[in-house]
Design a protein around this ligand. Structure first.
Ligand code: 1DF
Ligand code: MN
Length: 360
């Protein structure tokens, strides 16, 4: 069964009514207009060698497309328009964060300063709608020590609810130990890291580009699933066993790979075949089931959602919309109508997110 073709540009024709659970959407995007100005400057200067960024934000900022204009309009609003769109779509609460790639394409000093400013703005925006909006902390992995401090400030001073990292930073991944102060800070603050996609970096993107596959259709998932897998294989989750990651798009396909990952990981470790694949304390499936939550962003599709609930457990799957990149009311209705128990549905839409992001 494949879903009907999503109506990517149309506004909802019906309001989605109340349910007997709260609908909490957990991968929602926001962008202050000043960040688009910085992205424009980076595009104009050509100051970074990142073909994926050029393609992505060439479209959003310079294409003149209706979809690009609509998304720019929706994503920059942190007030009445966003709340009205949530009302129309039956979303009680958004867990939202600075859109991808956030500050991870900026020069280090600018990235550190912009992340702090964005976090202040987001915390203030959430404070205006305390029952409707809950924010995550943007950080600059370019400066791991500053990022660790910002995590502490975001949790303990700003009242934010987790950390977002938009996959690679200039081609580098969190399994590199220079980034581990970030993992350490998140674990110490008992707060999750949302590993959100971004486009593959230059060393990886070439065969995606000429068929337009580098963005959310597939490149995002390949890049971000690979990133999560690198972290699991590196032993980082043995060093930080209580750390929790949240991975969108139903875990960027990793749950589907679980059996083969376990088999080939064991084969690789036992045979000492790969220098970069040390023994880990647990199986890869154990990390998936014990350190990773997945969200349904962009995947309003019953068979895939139920598969993840079956192999990860109902407590590890959370609803997300991916507003404004995806915002169809019909996707909310489809998820409401899943043939799962009411108890499982309440976990999916409400209580898992309340627990993971400490929303109550
Ligand atoms: C798109 C989708 C762009 C998502 C995003 O960030 C993004 C897109 C610039 O469709 O171009 O975060 N998304 O999460 O689905
Ligand atoms: Mn997203």
């Amino acid at each position: 069964m494949t879903p009907d073709l999503p109506r990517t540009l149309q506004e909802p024709t019906t309001q989605v009514g109340k349910a007997d659970y709260l609908r909490i959407a957990t991968e929602e995007a926001w962008c202050p207009p000043e960040m688009f100005d910085i992205y424009k400057r980076i595009l104009d200067e050509g100051s970074i060698d990142d073909p994926g960024f050029m393609t992505m934000f060439g479209f959003y900022l310079n294409s003149g497309s209706t979809r690009a204009r609509q998304i720019r309009d929706y994503i920059t609003d942190l007030g009445a328009q966003r709340i009205a769109h949530m009302d129309e779509r039956g979303i009680d609460k958004q867990v939202l964060f600075l859109t991808s790639p956030g500050v991870q394409v900026m020069p280090t000093a600018e990235a550190v300063a912009f992340a702090a400013d964005a976090n202040d703005q987001l915390a203030a925006g959430c404070a205006r709608y305390p029952n409707r909006l809950a924010g995550l902390i943007a950080v600059a992995p370019q400066d791991p020590a500053a990022a660790a401090k910002e995590i502490d400030r975001g949790i303990n001073k700003l009242g934010l609810h987790g950390v977002v990292i938009n996959s690679h930073t200039f081609g580098e991944y969190l399994d590199d130990q220079k980034f581990w102060p970030i993992l350490e800070a998140a674990e110490a603050c008992d707060t999750p890291i949302y590993l959100h996609p971004q486009v593959p970096h230059k060393a990886m993107i070439e065969p995606f580009l000429d068929r337009g596959l580098d963005g959310a259709i597939y490149g995002f998932g390949v890049e971000t699933g690979l990133h999560m897998l690198r972290i699991m294989v590196s032993g980082a989750l043995d060093r930080f066993p209580r750390l929790q990651f949240v991975v969108g798009h139903l875990g960027e396909a990793l749950p589907f790979w679980m059996y083969r990952l376990d088999y080939m990981h064991r084969a690789g470790v036992v045979s000492k075949r790969y220098a970069g694949m040390p023994p880990t304390e647990r199986k890869l499936s154990d990390y998936l089931r014990q350190n990773i939550y997945v969200t349904t962003s962009g995947m309003a599709w019953g068979p895939a959602i139920k598969f993840c609930q079956e192999v990860l457990g109902e407590d590890r799957v959370m609803y997300a919309m991916d507003y404004p990149y995806q915002h169809g009311a019909e996707e909310v209705v489809a998820t409401d109508n899943l043939d799962i128990s009411q108890a499982a549905k309440k976990k999916l839409f409400q209580t898992n997110a309340e627990r993971v992001f400490k929303l109550t």
